[in-house]
Design a protein around this ligand. Structure first.
Ligand code: CS2
Length: 507
């Protein structure tokens, strides 16, 4: 029988333990796969290169599966880099503790409030910020936010936890701390700062004033662009680790070889030497974030929804359909790219080719249902600004309307339309609301009007653009009556420029 990870870590040289583990300096909210294959790997490299008390206390929001397994495995797990050429294995050694926030809210506050904590980082997904997609501000209708505003000792949301932890700091030692968002949100540092300030300003007046004064003088909120495709762990990866490494790991993390982290160097209380792991500190984070959120994430959404509607389980399977590749290239080049301020030194053609080769990584098998989940909060980050720019310019963003239509066809299918099992498996906080609207809708146009026009799902400004709403509705109707390929053909026929070639057709 294979040995377990902790036995290996202490008894064999297979995993060389650090002589002394770093003391904790980071509290990380969102102990999921992405964090464990991204920030943890950079932090491991930083501590190896330069030392420093930058151990990570990982906090998972609800599930205890990862904290339990981390404790059982001596805080270790395997990152499995997957490419068609083969797999590489590594074991980061930076976590000093792990626990679940649910049921331990006091512990979250004291961890964030601890004077030794100098960075609080987050990978809580777009959905974890509890903001209103229409306005970008804190969602005051959200029961979890309302709960957190009146239960100071038991916050459930990351924003509530951060504010309560900062209040604890301000009342005790007043040491400064950096809040570092690592989620796919445009301008994620400012976005997080805005939500934290909004929450603090809603506290009783004296408390609000003290909290805001602390936030404004003793914290910083750098923006960062994070990039690595990290699918969900499956039994396959557990078996692979056992077969290839000879030990049992309950929680290996599969990841693509590519990894990128661009960070604004604005850390009020110091930071690890993440550049040792390849992180780039730059003043151009906003440009990188736009590039990534639109070209990568935005196009990814279209590939996921069209793929799901065509029966594709995975992104590589989806993008191997010539028509879907065509639609993806068209939205990327003609509709997302013109809205991006490309950072100096980025070769956009090479970036595009690299994206397609990452998406084609069949060994990784990234699920269309995983990328298609939470579209109501993700698309708000990806679609409105580029769409509005084109509309202002007198052009219809055909493929952005198609992205919206294929999303709605997956999550809120009209009566009689079956979007298939991959779409059924997509999770979305707005699924109930949207399904209710779809049940009462007579046509695609009617549904698009209710979702975008009445409910402002993609923001206030797009809610006023009846031509975009109507075009989205057309595509919903075409998908329902003739399928996704017909909708791609219709969008391509009217897009600018109308003819594009796939890689196969290129000179
Ligand atoms: C994806 C991202 O789920 C999604 O919406 O676009 O998770 C994507 O894989 C990562 O951002 C890559 O860095």
């Amino acid at each position: 029988m294979a040995s377990s990870l902790p036995a290996l870590s202490t008894k064999t040289p297979g995993i060389l333990r650090r002589p002394a583990a770093p003391a904790a300096g980071i509290v990380h909210l969102g102990l999921g796969n992405f964090h464990r294959a991204h920030q943890a790997v950079y932090t491991d490299a930083a501590v190896t290169a330069q030392g420093g008390d930058w151990g990570i206390v990982g906090v998972s929001s609800r599930s205890s599966a990862i904290p339990d397994a981390m404790h059982a495995q001596d805080m270790l797990y395997t990152v499995v880099e997957i490419s068609p050429e083969g797999s590489k294995f590594s074991v980061p050694q930076v976590h000093t503790d792990a626990f679940t926030a649910a049921g331990n809210q006091g512990r979250v506050i004291s961890a964030i409030g601890d004077a030794a904590t100098r960075i609080v980082s987050l990978t809580v997904t777009e959905n974890g910020y509890h903001y209103t997609p229409a306005t970008g501000s804190l969602n005051l209708k959200d029961p979890a936010i309302r709960h957190d505003l009146v239960h100071p000792a038991a916050p459930r949301t990351p924003i509530g936890q951060i504010v309560r932890g900062l209040q604890h700091r301000s009342r005790t030692h007043a040491e400064p701390v950096t809040i570092l968002s690592c989620d796919n949100l445009a301008d994620n540092g400012h976005h997080t700062q805005r939500l934290v300030r909004e929450f603090a300003s809603l506290l009783p007046p004296a408390e609000a004033a003290a909290a805001l004064a602390f936030i404004d003088t003793r914290t910083s909120f750098p923006s960062s662009m994070v990039d690595r495709i990290v699918p969900a762990t499956t039994e396959h990866y557990r078996n692979l680790v056992t077969a290839r490494r000879g030990y049992t790991d309950r929680i290996p993390v599969p990841a693509e070889p590519f990894t990128m982290w661009i960070v604004e160097d604005n850390f009020i209380a110091g930071r690890p030497a993440w550049e040792a792991g390849g992180a780039v500190f730059s003043d151009e984070v906003a440009g990188y974030e736009q590039l990534k959120v639109r070209l990568l994430n935005g196009t990814h959404s279209l590939i996921a929804y069209l793929g799901a509607l065509s029966g594709a389980d995975t992104i590589p399977e989806s993008v191997s359909h010539t028509h879907i590749e065509l639609a993806a290239r068209s939205v990327l080049r003609n509709e997302y790219l013109p809205s991006v301020s490309v950072p100096a030194g980025v070769d956009v053609d090479a970036y595009e080719e690299q994206l397609f080769s990452r998406w084609r990584n069949t060994a990784l098998g990234h699920g269309t249902s995983q990328v298609g989940s939470d579209g109501s909060v993700k698309l708000r980050q990806r679609i409105p600004l580029p769409a509005l720019e084109m509309l202002d310019d007198g052009r219809m963003p055909q493929l952005l309307a198609l992205t919206t239509a294929s999303y709605l066809s997956c999550i809120a299918p009209l009566a009689g339309f079956d979007p298939g099992p991959q779409a059924d498996a997509m999770e979305d906080p707005a699924r109930g609301l949207l399904a209710g609207l779809a049940a009462g809708a007579r046509s695609g146009k009617d549904l698009a009007g209710k979702v975008l026009g009445d409910h402002h799902l993609l923001g206030d400004e797009l809610a006023e653009r009846s031509e975009f709403i109507a075009r989205t509705g057309d595509f919903i109707d075409i998908i329902r009556s003739a399928g996704p390929l017909a909708a791609i053909a219709e969008a391509s026929a009217h897009s600018h420029p109308s003819s594009l070639q796939t890689t196969q057709g290129r000179p």
